[in-house]
Ligand binder design. Structure first.
Ligand code: CTP
Length: 404
């Protein structure tokens, strides 16, 4: 039910195809949409306001004002999630293309901030005339979407191109449109790291940490649900991603995670590094099990490569880089330093001091910091809810919004 509760302003202009509109309005209503119909004067020759008021269960609007009522075109333009003009005559199309405002529909068109769909209907010669072609080009440049015309019998009796799209096709088109608006990350590639890393000491031992991977998996899930094509680079974790839009690459060590991420980084729009990567690994991995001998054993460690920092160095303006900071003291200051040093766009601060937050829990309590200096502390909530907050912040960042 992609149309449930969606607000549709339907503009009807003077064309014989208008006789199909009451049926179309019924289809929209059945899908749960709210519909307000605007009729131009000439549309009323083809379809009655009463029929449309009855099926839309709303007053049909015909003029900017009559004796006692002023129909607020600005309000209508803002109310709509979508403005669809169907059928759109050559005359109204020409008015749209040139900004002519001489009736309620053209005023609403100029006031609308939502997506505008235009479903033209006219005879083939009118449709193919260079003037119409130019008008179509112009409205497309304004960002309006043209609903493809059909081929078939036309009002003139001729067979050709120019028929308004069928009501069922317009319904599917709107369903697709709203399905996509629920998926703002469609076409975006995302990379998420999650879980711990294991740094081998010998064939049976490793240095690891208590990260469960749940936070990163929840973020990968939220990104995928919003349409992104997600690669999850997952360290050794008892948990896994079930979403079919997530491609999981299992890795063990910091080195493997680093190599995998660096290969993907150049072609990825959104990178969220949630893994608890080991900062140090043993200098060497013993081939045989290390035997118990002396009272004390010294293991020399080498710094691992920092994935977040290395991606930060090559990050392009079209990419969004998000890191985590797990701190125990001077949290905000330390997180802000991490944000700057590693050139991240957003840092998610986890404090180990907060009960119910951090490793292993199903809940988390985070503070988001972005490079514009905004800091926002969230309450303790499920990792799923925190993942939503993080992904929504990424989307805001991508749209250049200063707040997170
Ligand atoms: N990180 C990484 N590669 C590493 C170490 C850390 O990508 N080798 C990433 C983590 O995934 C996290 C961020 O860096 O997004 C910060 O991790 P954290 O352990 O808090 O910070 P460190 O940089 O390791 O610094 P410190 O341990 O001194 O706080």
């Amino acid at each position: 039910m992609f149309l449930q509760g969606k607000k549709i302003v339907l503009g009807v202009t003077g064309s014989i195809a208008a006789y199909k509109i009451p049926h179309f309005v019924r289809l929209l209503k059945k899908e749960g949409a709210e519909v307000k119909v605007i009729l131009t004067n000439s549309a009323q020759d083809f379809v009655s306001p009463l029929a449309l008021a009855t099926v839309s269960k709303n007053n049909v609007l015909c003029t900017i004002s009559n004796a006692a009522v002023w129909n607020n075109h600005v309000e209508l333009g803002l109310w709509a999630d979508v403005l669809l003009i169907a059928p759109c005559s050559a005359n109204t199309l020409a008015k749209f293309a040139n900004g002519i405002c001489d009736n309620l529909l053209t005023a609403v068109y100029l006031s609308a901030r939502c997506t505008v769909f235009i479903a033209p209907a006219m005879d083939e010669d009118m449709w193919k005339h260079p003037a119409t072609r130019a008008n179509i080009e112009k409205v497309m440049q304004y960002g309006n979407k043209i609903v493809p015309v059909g081929r078939g019998e036309l009002a003139s009796g001729l067979i050709g191109e120019g028929r308004m799209a069928e009501p069922e096709d317009m319904l599917y088109m709107l369903q697709d449109f709203f399905a996509d608006t629920n998926k703002p990350l469609l076409g975006q590639k995302a990379l998420v790291t999650a879980g711990p890393t294991y740094e081998r000491l010998d064939p049976v031992r490793f240095i690891g940490n208590f990260s469960s991977g749940k936070m990163g998996i929840a973020i990968a899930d939220s990104l995928a649900n919003k349409g992104a094509n997600v690669t999850l680079v997952l360290g050794p974790s008892a948990y896994s991603a079930t979403n079919k839009n997530i491609n999981t690459i299992h890795v063990e060590s910091a080195k493997e995670m680093h190599t995998t991420c660096m290969e993907l980084a150049e072609i990825t729009h959104i990178m969220v590094l949630a893994a608890a990567v080991a900062d140090y690994r043993p200098n060497e991995i013993a081939n045989e099990k290390i035997k118990k001998k002396e009272d004390k054993l010294t293991i020399t460690l080498t710094k691992t490569d920092d994935i977040l920092a290395d991606i930060g160095k090559i990050k392009q303006p079209w990419q969004t880089l998000v890191g985590f900071a797990l701190e125990t003291n001077n949290e905000i200051e330390a997180a802000r330093k991490k944000l700057k040093d590693k050139k991240a766009d957003i840092i998610i601060l986890n404090s180990l001091k907060d009960a119910g937050a951090g490793f292993g829990h199903d809940t988390n309590k985070v503070t988001l910091l972005n490079k514009n200096g905004t800091t926002f502390a969230y309450e303790l909530q499920s990792k799923k809810a925190v993942a939503e907050i993080i992904v929504n912040s990424i989307i805001k960042h991508m749209h250049d919004e200063k707040d997170i």
